[in-house]
Design a protein around this ligand. Sequence first.
Ligand code: URA
Length: 227
Amino acid sequence: MGNFWDELALYLSYLQALGVKAVPRKKAFERFLKLDLSPPPKSLAEIAAEIKDCTSCNLHRTRHHIVLGEGPEEARLMFIGEAPGREEDLEGRPFVGRAGQLLDQMLNSIGIRRAEVYITNVVKCRPPGNRNPEPAEIEACLPYLTKQIKVIRPRIICTLGLIAAQTVLATTKPLNRLRGKIHQKEGIKVVVTYHPAFLLRYSSYKPLAVEDLKLLKKLYKEILNSG
Ligand code: URA
């Protein structure tokens, strides 16, 4: 990180100038140390270079590949899933297993080609046995997603499943209260739907997913038409 220590020294002198004599390390520093003072990345390639040897959480111990994401840097629509599964971990690409096949069908059903959207996950390494990623793993990986969003600047984000919805919208609300409407996050429209893997197991939710996809299609068309 560029001038991290200079910034830290500056921050400490600032506190000193305010008359602060001692700083309880944990509370005061924790938030500051989490601030990313590095300049924002300019391209996905830069993020790929940064994540290449990531050991920010324990998932690096069991991964075969980091699955950063795929799709054009200028995509207007971004899909965010949960974490890579077995096939994704082996191939290094998102949504290539059974859930990915269903995602492809979902896209086809609303006339969107996979090649025109950007697809990624909240967590970039596979949790062993496809368990849910833990909060600490999500937190450790979140800076990469934030950077991807900054570089791509999609007009719409579609979250797939509860973890992606709650992470992107910074909420603990259940999925049935989040879907069916358009959220706003820093100027980006966010549509929430079910995870394809969930739909494979609980097909009775498919009609609701079809409604979500209709909403997404309408929004996407409007955005493409508005240039
Ligand atoms: N499930 C996810 O959430 N992401 C993938 O890439 C594959 C399965």
